[in-house]
Ligand binder design. Structure first.
Ligand SMILES: *[C@@H]1O[C@H](CO)[C@@H](O)[C@H](O)[C@H]1NC(C)=O
Ligand SMILES: *[C@@H]1O[C@H](CO)[C@@H](O)[C@H](O)[C@H]1NC(C)=O
Ligand SMILES: *[C@@H]1O[C@H](CO)[C@@H](O)[C@H](O)[C@H]1NC(C)=O
Ligand SMILES: *[C@@H]1O[C@H](CO)[C@@H](O)[C@H](O)[C@H]1NC(C)=O
Ligand SMILES: *[C@@H]1O[C@H](CO)[C@@H](O)[C@H](O)[C@H]1NC(C)=O
Ligand SMILES: *[C@@H]1O[C@H](CO)[C@@H](O)[C@H](O)[C@H]1NC(C)=O
Ligand SMILES: *[C@@H]1O[C@H](CO)[C@@H](O)[C@H](O)[C@H]1NC(C)=O
Ligand SMILES: *[C@@H]1O[C@H](CO)[C@@H](O)[C@H](O)[C@H]1NC(C)=O
Ligand SMILES: *[C@@H]1O[C@H](CO)[C@@H](O)[C@H](O)[C@H]1NC(C)=O
Ligand SMILES: *[C@@H]1O[C@H](CO)[C@@H](O)[C@H](O)[C@H]1NC(C)=O
Length: 495
């Protein structure tokens, strides 16, 4: 979630009156966090993901309540953020083959907890709308998992409470306020602070929680209106340590638009399973979930995230979270065309991003089901969870943002690769490139531009359409694509 002033109370209440976020002038405040990756000089360095700091080999998949919370206009059946709403949605994951395809997380965004705390000053659930641990137990009985959203720090109302297992009050480890969201900051240099995080993770475990989405982490979360402390990366470290200390395996997802430079990347890469790479993709104020403009921006942020890693020559352990995935519902609810839904799926999956649906799960169409649960989707997801796509521009093999773009994941040692050819569409404001080509465009990239021209030939299969052809050494891949459209290709070395 983005911090929107009218939404800040949302941490503790059940309704979000979302306002429309504006383009982010405060990115500039985070000097050095979002610099353009250096040129790759056309050299292909294959990026690979390794096991995450909390022990996962694949990015998180499932559903979040936030899609409906952010754009209730796209969710006519949504009125109250409560357990009945969440279960109506999440039971679909269990019933329709989604959990079997790895979409097993049922994530509650802001509003599941209360402003009250327990006697140790820990965040607790809102018993007017949710019942923990029954919710977690119920989800687990369906082979599903539970995720929750919260923020660094402790509720200021708990100031005089004593940290569990210590003689230390929260007042003694207090280090100022988050002015607008009634959270108090910790002085992370005090040893009792780790004990508090351990006790909070212990409680989350008792609740049956499997994923922690920690929002407002800085540096990152720019233009937040919440006057966040400039560096809360210690919260990521403390929650990671708490997961280790308590022995309760959980995912840790950091939000939002985390600082990408090496000073901080190495903290995220050692503590978190995923980091949000962009601001919210939600189509605020509208009656659809997402718009192409937000998709362009999310892809550009993921491009920068992965292109920065191509130089490191080491396994990347933190994965990108491109924010809510909107592909499940028909185009008039999702907000983009069916062809663009295919593009969204290919890029979210291709980057090895978390795949957390914001959609209305009781309104999935045939295309949505195919994109999410088909054998093709599962094979590509498994591949890109090791070999994410990175940019390879037509003609140069370079990594700059481009409307007519090429991307490659892999190749694996056996020479297998995935390629995306895309016409990302005329820049609608935040795409990262300047072109505004309209209508169908020819997108062509040579095997040489892709950096894989050393094999005699490849079988090239269109992952979503199923047809294939052969491309020989020295050849090119070509597609004619309307705005926002793409081809997602599986390349295997000819026998
Ligand atoms: C990363 O960004 C932070 C926050 O703006 C800045 O203090 C730091 O110097 C930057 N580090 C690098 C290596 O650019
Ligand atoms: C989901 O879509 C169905 C079918 O259009 C609709 O009946 C239901 O109210 C929607 N659910 C929500 C939460 O909006
Ligand atoms: C519900 O939570 C409130 C604190 O928010 C607490 O005072 C009350 O006792 C709880 N009720 C039940 C039935 O647990
Ligand atoms: C903490 O205790 C002090 C002294 O008794 C009191 O003034 C203050 O209001 C208390 N703060 C909270 C948040 O309970
Ligand atoms: C947020 O905090 C700042 C600084 O304390 C204050 O000026 C502003 O009025 C606050 N905004 C809201 C909506 O509370
Ligand atoms: C930010 O916080 C991290 C974790 O506590 C710390 O290692 C780092 O030195 C801090 N950076 C600055 C610039 O204070
Ligand atoms: C979306 O389109 C379908 C037909 O494809 C139609 O039945 C439905 O009423 C439309 N929904 C909205 C909200 O326009
Ligand atoms: C590519 O096709 C091969 C052969 O059918 C298959 O084994 C592999 O899983 C596919 N890879 C991807 C990424 O779809
Ligand atoms: C876009 O155009 C402006 C003005 O011509 C130029 O300064 C900028 O570098 C261009 N940006 C990109 C990404 O090409
Ligand atoms: C699949 O068929 C479409 C439509 O005929 C064609 O444009 C495309 O190039 C084909 N793809 C492959 C990989 O052969």
């Amino acid at each position: 979630m983005l911090v929107l002033l009218s939404c800040t109370v949302l941490l503790f209440t059940q309704k979000c009156f979302a306002s429309i976020p504006v383009q982010d002038p405060n990115d500039l405040v985070l000097d050095g966090c979002y610099t353009e990756p250096p040129s790759n000089d056309g050299i292909l360095n294959t990026v690979r993901y390794g096991t995450t700091p909390n022990g996962y080999t694949e990015a998180a998949r499932g559903w979040t309540s936030y899609g409906c919370q952010a754009t209730p206009g796209a969710c006519p059946g949504y009125s109250t953020f409560d357990q009945a709403f969440v279960l109506e949605q999440c039971k679909v994951l269990a019933e329709s083959g989604f959990a079997a395809a790895g979409y097993d997380l049922c994530c509650l965004d802001a509003g599941w907890n209360t402003a009250a705390t327990d006697k140790y000053g820990r965040t607790i659930y809102n018993n007017a709308t949710f019942a923990f641990p029954e919710l977690g137990n119920h989800l687990h009985s369906l082979d599903l998992k539970l995720g929750v959203y919260f923020a660094p720090g402790f509720n200021c109302g708990a100031m005089n409470k004593t940290i569990k297992g210590t003689q230390t009050t929260l007042y003694e480890v207090w280090d100022g306020n988050y002015d607008n969201i009634s959270l108090c900051n910790f002085d992370y240099s005090k040893p009792a602070v780790q004990k508090w995080h351990d006790s909070q993770v212990e409680l989350f475990h008792e609740y049956g929680i499997d994923l922690l989405k920690l929002d407002y982490v800085t540096p990152g979360s720019p233009s937040n209106g919440a006057n966040l402390p400039s560096n809360t990366s210690a919260a990521a470290i403390a929650y990671h340590n708490a997961i280790i200390n308590t022995g309760h395996q959980m995912r840790l997802d950091l939000s939002w638009k985390l600082c990408r430079n090496d000073t901080y990347f190495q903290i995220w890469d050692k503590t978190a399973d995923s980091i949000r790479t962009d601001q919210d993709v939600n189509n605020y104020g509208q009656s659809t979930f997402v718009a192409l403009q937000e998709v362009q921006r999310a892809i550009d942020n993921a491009r920068q995230f992965v292109a920065l890693q191509t130089f490191k020559n080491q396994l990347i352990t933190v994965r990108p979270d491109m924010d809510d995935l909107f592909v499940a519902n028909p185009q008039n609810i999702t907000g983009i065309t069916d062809e663009q839904r295919i593009t969204v799926m290919s890029f979210w999956l291709g980057f090895g991003s978390n795949l957390i649906l914001g959609s209305n799960l009781t309104d999935i169409d045939a295309l949505g089901k195919k994109l999410l649960t088909s054998a093709e989707s599962r094979a590509a997801t498994a591949f890109c969870n090791v070999y994410p796509i990175s940019p390879r521009n037509p003609s140069t093999g370079d990594n700059l943002a481009m409307q007519l773009s090429g991307w490659i994941g892999g190749p694996s040692p056996a020479g297998q690769a995935v390629v995306i050819l895309a016409n990302l569409g005329a820049n609608l404001g935040e795409a990262g490139y300047n072109t505004t080509l309209t209508g169908v465009q020819k997108v062509s990239i040579s095997l040489k531009d892709l950096g894989i021209d050393h094999r005699p030939c490849y079988v090239v299969k269109d992952i979503w359409n199923g047809n294939s052809s052969i491309v020989h050494q020295g050849g090119s891949l070509t597609a004619y694509l309307d705005e926002g459209n793409s081809q997602f290709l599986n390349l295997t070395v000819c026998n």
